[in-house]
Design a protein around this ligand. Structure first.
Ligand SMILES: Nc1ncnc2c1ncn2[C@@H]1O[C@H](COP(=O)(O)OP(=O)(O)OP(=O)(O)O)[C@@H](O)[C@H]1O
Length: 704
C-alpha cells in the first residue's frame, strides 16, 4: 500500500493523502468478529427497508413511496416521506463503569426504547423509532439495518440524501459515522473493523456503481466544517472561512469556493475522508478525550448519465450524499469547559438550538407553513434541504445508557421524536430539458398502453402495414379520424359484423397514426434539444472568448476602446446575447433556432417552420429555444456581477474539456485529483476536467 503526501503548487494548500487499495480487499469489508451467532442487537425496521441493490425502476417502486421518477421528474405533492430516525445506544464507558454508573435504557423490541425513572416521583418513559441499536450493535449492523444502503441507492438515482448524527457530547456520533479518531492518525489502517458508516457506505456505493453498466458516473467529494459559525474547507489547509450563499438556480444554500475532488476510485474517496478527519477541530474536555468542536459535512456528489435514445440524447441526474457529524450538545458545567472550549461550546449549543427550533417548527403541521429560522445559523442553512426540502434524510440519534446522563438522553430522544414527524418531498434532480424527454417517453408509453388495451378490447392483433396504409387512406381525412356516431360499448354489441370491423379498423388506424406521429415528434424534439444544447455550449464559449478579448483590449494602450466585430461572423456563429453586447441585436428578426435572422429561416434544417406547433409551444413553455438564450444572457450578466464560479469552465462544442488560461504552475491540485468549485459539476462527458482554482479572490480567466 503506497502512502504519499503532496502539496499543491498554488497558494491554496489543498492536500489529500491518497493510498492505492487492492480491489479485492475493498470488496470484503471488515465485519466485527462478534457479529455472528448472537441475538439481534437492534429492533424495528427502517422506513428505507429494502436493503440495497437493484436498478432505478425497481428501487424507486418498492418499499418507500419515492416513486418520483416513475410518476414524474417532480414529486407528486402527496408523495411526502418522513425522516427516518434510528437511535444508537453506546455501551457504558470505562469512566462510567468505574464510578458505578447504572444503565437506565431498556429495549422491549419493535424499535422501542424504555427509560427507567431516576427518582421515585418520575414515570418510566417509552419512545418508538424506526430502529433502535443496542449497545452491543456493531458498525456493520448500523450499515445493514439503519436504511443507509437504501439512501445510497437513492443518491445514485439522483436524490439528495443526508445522514446526520445527533446527540450529547460523548454519545458516539463520531464513532458511528467515522469510527474512533485514532483510525485517521499516523499510518491509518483502511480496513480496521472499527470503521464507521462513511467508510462502509463508500464501499457499498462503489459496488453499486459497478453493477450499473448502462450508466456513466462521475463522483466528486467535498468536506467542510462549521467551527464557531465559520465554514472551513477541510481539504484546504489555509482554513480561510468561506461564504454561504443562496443559489437562485438550485433554490438552496451552497458554500462558495469549496474544494471538490473528483473521485474515480474508492481510495480517492477514502483520501478525502482521511484528510478531512485529520484537519477537523477536535478538543478535549471532561466528558470526551476527542470531542468534535465543529459540525462537519462530507458530501459526495453523484452525477450519472444514461443514454436515452439513439439520437445521442442523454439523461443525467445529480444525486448527493451528505454525512453530517454534529458537534455534541453539552452542559458546560459538566464538561468543565473554559476559555476556547467554552466559546466553542456556546457556538455549538447555539447552532444546535436553532436546529432544534427548525425541527420543532417543521414537525408541527400548523407551524410548518410559517417562518422556519433556517437563516439563523450556517448549519441550518446547509441542512435546510435535508430537513424539509426535496431530500431524503436519515437521522441517527446517539445516546448514553448511563443514569448520570438521563436529562441529556431524554432531550435527545425528544428531539429525535420530533424529527420523526417531519416530512420531506424527495425529487430526482434532473435537467428540465432531460425531464421533458422523460415525460415524453412516459406519454408515449401511456399511448402504447392505451393502444394495447384497445387491441385487447376488440380482440385483434397488430395490423399488417399494407392494411394500415389502406385504412389510413380510407378513414383519415386531413388528419381527423371520422368515428361512427354515438360510439359506445352497447352500440358496439348491436353493430353488424361488417360495421364492427369498419369501426375497429378506424380505431386501429387512428392508434397507428398517433403512434407514428408520436415517434416522429419525439425524434424531432430529441434532435432539437440536442442541437439546442450544442448551441448553448457554443454561446457560452463565445461569450467567454468575447470577455477575454474585451479584457485584453481594455488593458492594451494601442487597442481601440470599442471593439469592432465582423458582421458576417457574428450573424453566423453568435447568439443574440452576444449581438446584444456588440450593439447589433435585432430581436424581432432573429430566427428561432439561433442560426440567423428570419429571412434565413426557411433554409435552416432546424427552422421553426419544420417544428410542429405543439412542440414549439412546449419548448417555449419549458424555456428551451428562444427563451433559453435569454437565460444564458441573464446568467452571463449574473456571472459577471457575482464573480460566481458557476461558469468557471467552458466546454467546447463537442463536449470537450475545461482548460485554464493560467499556467499550470499556478493551479492547485489535490494530490493530482481534479478540484472544481462546488457549483460547476460537469457531466460525465466532460471527463477531461483540468484543475481550476477556487481562489477566494474570484475566478481565473478561462479559454477554450
Ligand atoms: N457504540 C460504541 N461502541 C464502542 N465505543 C463507543 C461507541 N460509541 C462511542 N464509543 C466511544 O465513546 C467515546 C466517545 O464517542 P464519540 O467521540 O464518537 O462521541 P461524540 O458523540 O462524537 O462526542 P462529541 O460530540 O464530543 O464529538 C469514544 O471513545 C468512542 O470510541
Amino acid at each position: 500500500m503506497v502512502s504519499s503526501r503532496e502539496q499543491s503548487p498554488g497558494s491554496n494548500n489543498a492536500i489529500v493523502r491518497k493510498r492505492t487499495l487492492n480491489r479485492s480487499e475493498i470488496s470484503t469489508p471488515a465485519t466485527p468478529p462478534n457479529h455472528h451467532g448472537r441475538r439481534e442487537t437492534f429492533t424495528g425496521s427502517s422506513t428505507f427497508a429494502g436493503g440495497g441493490g437493484g436498478n432505478m425502476a425497481s428501487s424507486l417502486g418498492s418499499a418507500t413511496s419515492l416513486n418520483t421518477y416513475e410518476s414524474d421528474y417532480e414529486a407528486d405533492p402527496t408523495d411526502n416521506t418522513n425522516i427516518n430516525v434510528v437511535v444508537r445506544v453506546r455501551p457504558l464507558n470505562s469512566k462510567e463503569v468505574k464510578t458505578g454508573d447504572e444503565m437506565i435504557t431498556h429495549f422491549p423490541g419493535n424499535g422501542q426504547i424504555w427509560l427507567e425513572p431516576v427518582t421515585p416521583k418520575e414515570k418510566a418513559k417509552t419512545f418508538t423509532y424506526n430502529v433502535v441499536f443496542e449497545p452491543e450493535a456493531g458498525q456493520e449492523d448500523v450499515l445493514n439495518h439503519s436504511g443507509v444502503k437504501r439512501l445510497i441507492d437513492m443518491a445514485i438515482d439522483g436524490f439528495s440524501c443526508t445522514v446526520f448524527c445527533y446527540g450529547q457530547t460523548g454519545s458516539g456520533k463520531t464513532h458511528t459515522l467515522t469510527g474512533p479518531p485514532h483510525l485517521f492518525e499516523k499510518n491509518p489502517d483502511p480496513f480496521a473493523s472499527e470503521h464507521g458508516l462513511v467508510f462502509r457506505s463508500f464501499l457499498y456505493l462503489f459496488d453499486q456503481i459497478q453493477n450499473r453498466n448502462d450508466f456513466h458516473f462521475v463522483l466528486k467529494a467535498s468536506f467542510l466544517e462549521i467551527y464557531n459559525e465559520k465554514v472551513i474547507d477541510l481539504l484546504n489547509t489555509s482554513r480561510k472561512p468561506l461564504a454561504v450563499r443562496w443559489s437562485k438556480k438550485s433554490r438552496g444554500f451552497f458554500v462558495e469556493n469549496l474544494f471538490m475532488v473528483e473521485c474515480e476510485e474508492f481510495d480517492d474517496l477514502l483520501a478525502v475522508l482521511e484528510e478531512g478527519m485529520r484537519n477537523r477541530a477536535v478538543g478535549r474536555h471532561n466528558m470526551n478525550e476527542y470531542s468534535s468542536r465543529s459540525h462537519t459535512i462530507l458530501t459526495v456528489h453523484i452525477t450519472s448519465e444514461q443514454k436515452a435514445s439513439d439520437q445521442g440524447v442523454f439523461i443525467s441526474r445529480h444525486g448527493k450524499l451528505n454525512f453530517v457529524d454534529l458537534a455534541g450538545s453539552e452542559m458546560t458545567k459538566k464538561t468543565h469547559s473554559e476559555g476556547k472550549t467554552l466559546e466553542e461550546a456556546n457556538n455549538i449549543n447555539k447552532s444546535l438550538m436553532v436546529l432544534g427550533y427548525c425541527i420543532a417548527s417543521l414537525s408541527d403541521i400548523k407551524k410548518k407553513t410559517g417562518h422556519i429560522p433556517y437563516r439563523d445559523s450556517k448549519l441550518t442553512k446547509l441542512l435546510a434541504d435535508s430537513l424539509a426540502g426535496n431530500g431524503v434524510t436519515l437521522m441517527i440519534a446517539c445516546i448514553s445508557p448511563a443514569k448520570s446522563n438521563m436529562s441529556e438522553t431524554l432531550n435527545t430522544l425528544r428531539y429525535a421524536a420530533r424529527a420523526k414527524r417531519i416530512k420531506t418531498k424527495p425529487v430526482v434532480v434532473m435537467d428540465p430539458r432531460e425531464a421533458l424527454i422523460v415525460s415524453l417517453k412516459r406519454e408515449v408509453g401511456a399511448l402504447r398502453e392505451e393502444n394495447l388495451q384497445l387491441r385487447e378490447f376488440v380482440q385483434v392483433g397488430r395490423p399488417a402495414t399494407s392494411d394500415l396504409e389502406r385504412w389510413q387512406g380510407n378513414t383519415v381525412t386531413n388528419g381527423v379520424i371520422e368515428l361512427p356516431e354515438g360510439f359506445d360499448k352497447e352500440k358496439l354489441e348491436q353493430m353488424e359484423p361488417t360495421q364492427l370491423i369498419e369501426t375497429v379498423m378506424k380505431f386501429l388506424s387512428e392508434n397507428a397514426a398517433l403512434r407514428q406521429e408520436n415517434w416522429e415528434l419525439i425524434a424531432v424534439r430529441d434532435l432539437l434539444i440536442r442541437d439546442q444544447e450544442l448551441v448553448c455550449r457554443e454561446n457560452e464559449r463565445l461569450l467567454r472568448k468575447l470577455e477575454d478579448v474585451n479584457n485584453v483590449c481594455c488593458r492594451s494602450p494601442i487597442a481601440p476602446v470599442r471593439l469592432s466585430y465582423s458582421a458576417d461572423k457574428l450573424a453566423k456563429s453568435q447568439s443574440d446575447d452576444e449581438l446584444a453586447s456588440a450593439g447589433r441585436r435585432d430581436d424581432e428578426n432573429w430566427g428561432y433556432d439561433g442560426t440567423g435572422p428570419n429571412k434565413d429561416k426557411a433554409d435552416s434544417p432546424n427552422s421553426a417552420q419544420q417544428i410542429p406547433d405543439a412542440i414549439s409551444k412546449e419548448l417555449e413553455k419549458r424555456r428551451i429555444g428562444k427563451s433559453g438564450r435569454s437565460n444564458i444572457s441573464e446568467s452571463y450578466k449574473n456571472h459577471k456581477r457575482n464573480n460566481s464560479w458557476d461558469k468557471v469552465g467552458s466546454r467546447d462544442s463537442s463536449g470537450g474539456s475545461l482548460k485554464s488560461a493560467g499556467s499550470s504552475d499556478s493551479l492547485p491540485t489535490v494530490q493530482g485529483k481534479r478540484v472544481v468549485p462546488n457549483s460547476s459539476l460537469s457531466t460525465p462527458r466532460n471527463r477531461n476536467l483540468h484543475a481550476v482554482s477556487p481562489s477566494n479572490k474570484g475566478r481565473k480567466n478561462l479559454v477554450v
